[in-house]
Design a protein around this ligand. Structure first.
Ligand code: GRF
Length: 190
């Protein structure tokens, strides 16, 4: 099960990998559904076109984070997923939600954690004079962007980089390591 808020390029990379690589067939793995907190997320159209079930659940329809997360968990649990993948899902999750999916909830963060938790990671890496930047896949725990690290990739920060050029270089690596981390998780289950 993959949760998105936007373009869903990481979700698409995972879907393509699960379709094309042998491990998914061998392990009976498939993307059960793609859920977005934004009904107009471009990634939902991609998932629909691939014949994957989609769900849209707006956080704005709920009075509190807890109420949204309860509805979110109900939507997820209908699919009984082995793994819940946050792929650009721009919501902070409550401790109750995180506990419910402990050990099977993963996220991708566009920095080399533990450096640069939070937002605007690429600009902050440039401003700090970093020579390398990168991306991390990690387990989700209560603290934002601080769970056990599952996979990482580094890229150079080049002279003249802007947040946009660096983000593009990092994102190419995101599409390599997120499918790889999902594959590692699923193959370890069997
Ligand atoms: C990625 O840069 C990811 O690292 C961050 O949100 C972005 C999502 O991009 N958490 P996309 O929707 O997968 O294209």
């Amino acid at each position: 099960m993959i949760l998105i808020s936007g373009s869903g390029s990481n979700m698409a990379a995972i879907v393509r990998t699960a379709q094309q690589e042998d491990w998914a067939r061998r392990h009976g793995a498939r993307v059960a559904a793609v859920l977005s907190n934004k009904a107009d997320a471009a990634g939902l159209a991609f998932a629909r076109a691939e014949g994957i079930a989609t769900e849209a659940l707006s956080h704005k329809a709920f009075d509190s984070r807890e109420a949204f997360d309860t509805a979110l968990a109900q939507a997820i649990d209908r699919y009984q997923p082995s793994l819940v993948v946050l792929a650009g899902f721009m919501r902070i999750l409550t401790p109750g939600f995180v506990a419910r999916y402990a050990g099977r909830l993963i996220n991708i963060h566009p920095s080399l954690l533990p450096a640069f938790t939070g937002l605007n990671t690429h600009q902050r890496a440039i401003d700090a004079g970093c020579k390398v930047a990168g991306v991390t896949v990690h387990q989700v725990t209560d603290e934002l962007d601080v769970g056990p690290i599952l996979d990482q990739a580094a890229v150079p920060v080049l002279p003249g980089d802007t947040a946009e050029t660096l983000a593009a270089r990092v994102q190419a690596q995101e599409h390599v390591i997120y499918p790889r981390a999902v594959r590692a998780f699923i193959t370890a289950l069997a």
